[in-house]
Design a protein around this ligand. Structure first.
Ligand code: 1CP
Length: 345
């Protein structure tokens, strides 16, 4: 049995302190990251294992976090299917040849991760020994099929995911073909990360909450489950993260994962009751609270800890995190204070 708190929490074992890490903990809110980013583009950093390794370690060196997440992004995987990706400064991701016709789906390739995302697998192998020396476990990750489909169809970020939904309703057979291909890519990618040394896997389904329960259940859920069933061959715990999905937690709880990561729109204890204590729970501070005066941040942090205790008095199975990724202008001092506070409660 591991004595690492984050891994113990995922196995519902009591821990010496409540483990904490922050989604997108490496990024532009950190001065060390911005300095490196002046010299390299995002994709250069992702595709150079030495740089990805360095950025993965930046938040670990700055804060007493309980887990590291490999530095990458959810979108480079789409390049392995034949989509052309770039990140435009100030605008975000852009896909030059998005999916618009059914024939575009037929053309999508399934490429082994060793070929299309070898750089991330190499970064995992490179960073593991450094993290082992610090007794910090490493998380590998992938976007979920729906969230990836949304970028592949919209060609970039989208508020309403209208093109995605239109495609889903107009071309059901090709929607299933697209989701089937994506679930194979995602599953293989997660499995390869576990085999390269990731000790935990997280699936980011950031935009699943734009769907209603009926569509999520019929058109999306089976493909997340398919990706998970491939990834489970890696024999490491899996976390499923989504936002805006609290209305159908009773569907999501059926996923064969070890933990669910929830957002701040529902009380943690209410969510955990629906999910059941056979799964660990991760969350759920509003990332905007890291901009609040300390007294308010502290009160809301304590509130989350109390809610976890309402379900598990010793908080076993609870991992403190944000309800979504850390925001770009977050003050580093508040991150430090939050991490230190949670670990001493
Ligand atoms: O330097 C830069 O330009 C910074 C922005 C940045 C960073 C730091 C992007 C662009 N991606 C990343 C890394 C990243 N992305 C990580 C790794 C680091 C960590 O956690 O420490 C992870 C886990 C992601 C995941 C990711 N990328 C998600 C899922 C999580 C979430 O926050 O919802 C999504 C949706 C993306 C897409 C993406 N990447 C970057 C941008 C600007 C976007 C678009 C977001 C949008 O559509 O609004």
């Amino acid at each position: 049995m591991s004595n690492i708190p984050f891994l113990r929490a995922l196995q519902h074992q009591p821990t010496t302190h409540t483990p904490i890490w922050l989604m997108r903990q490496a990024g532009r809110y950190m001065l060390t990251y911005r300095r490196l980013r002046e010299k390299y583009s995002l994709l250069e950093m992702v595709k150079t294992p030495e740089l990805a390794c360095e950025v993965t370690l930046q938040p670990i060196k700055a804060f007493q976090l309980d887990a590291a997440i490999i530095f990458s992004d959810i979108l480079p995987l789409l390049e392995g299917m034949g989509l052309k990706l770039e990140f435009i400064t100030g605008e975000g991701p852009h896909i030059e040849n998005p999916i618009r016709e059914t024939s575009d789906v037929e053309k999508l390739r399934i490429t082994p991760p060793e070929e299309c995302v070898a750089f991330t697998l190499a970064a995992i192998r490179l960073v593991r020994p450094e993290l082992d020396a610090l007794k910090i476990p490493l998380i590998g990750f992938s976007g979920a099929p729906f969230t990836l489909a949304s970028y592949a169809i919209e060609g970039g970020s989208s508020r309403d995911h209208l093109l995605t939904k239109q495609f889903m309703y107009a071309h059901p057979d090709h929607w299933h073909m697209l989701m089937d291909k994506l679930s194979q890519m995602v599953g293989n990618y997660l499995l390869a990360q576990a085999q390269a040394g990731a000790q935990v896997l997280q699936i980011f389904d950031s935009w699943a909450g734009s769907l209603g329960r009926v569509d999520y259940q019929a058109l999306v859920f089976p493909y997340i489950q398919k990706a998970i069933s491939i990834a489970r061959n890696g024999n490491v715990p899996i976390i499923y993260f989504s936002t805006g999905t609290n209305g159908f937690l009773n569907v999501i709880r059926e996923l064969e994962v070890n933990a669910l990561s929830i957002d701040w729109r529902m009380d943690l204890d209410t969510a955990w009751k629906i999910i059941g204590t056979n799964k660990a729970i991760q969350g759920n501070l509003d990332p905007a609270l890291l901009f609040a005066p300390w007294s308010i941040l502290q009160k809301q942090t304590e509130n989350i800890l109390r809610q976890a205790e309402n379900i598990q008095p010793d908080r076993r199975g609870f991992i403190f995190n944000l309800g979504h990724g850390i925001l770009q202008k977050t003050p580093e001092d508040n991150v430090k204070r939050l991490v230190d506070f949670v670990k001493n409660q």
